[in-house]
Design a protein around this ligand. Structure first.
Ligand SMILES: [Zn+2]
Length: 131
């Protein structure tokens, strides 16, 4: 097992969303490192992506959870997403659905659904806590 504690971010590839999400996870959970899995429009990728994309995300989450011992995952939707240019309401809906999917993959891991708004600050939308 790698040294240090890890959390997992499933984030957009958008450069504006990296630092804020990483800092939020580090502060909220006191982890040393944040493994980041990026896709254009990560919320859409997990909920509506083709099988190859969902499998690719899942394989990377597995490395973070099983290889690095991460026990917290954040799935991110954000303002002005070029990879998934839908309304905020649609993003929030996709983020919530993505949390359910991720909780199904890893029921013993905490999963946060988060929104990065036009102020580029992280807002928690929902949470799955382990059983
Ligand atoms: Zn985006």
């Amino acid at each position: 097992m790698a040294e240090g504690t890890f959390a997992t971010a499933i984030n957009c590839m958008d450069g504006r969303t990296q630092d804020c999400v990483s800092s939020w996870l580090k502060e909220k959970h006191g982890v040393d490192f944040v493994d980041t899995i990026t896709e254009p429009g990560a919320d859409k990728a997990v909920t509506e992506g083709p099988d190859w994309q969902v499998n690719s995300v899942q394989n990377r989450v597995k490395i973070s959870v099983e290889g690095h011992g991460s026990n917290v995952i954040a799935i991110v939707g954000h303002h002005d997403c070029a990879g998934n240019p839908v309304s905020k309401e649609m993003h929030l809906d996709q983020v919530k659905k993505a949390v359910d999917i991720l909780a199904g993959w890893y029921p013993r891991v905490t999963v946060y659904g988060v929104w990065v708004g036009d102020d580029w600050k992280v807002q928690q939308i929902c949470e799955h806590t382990p059983q």
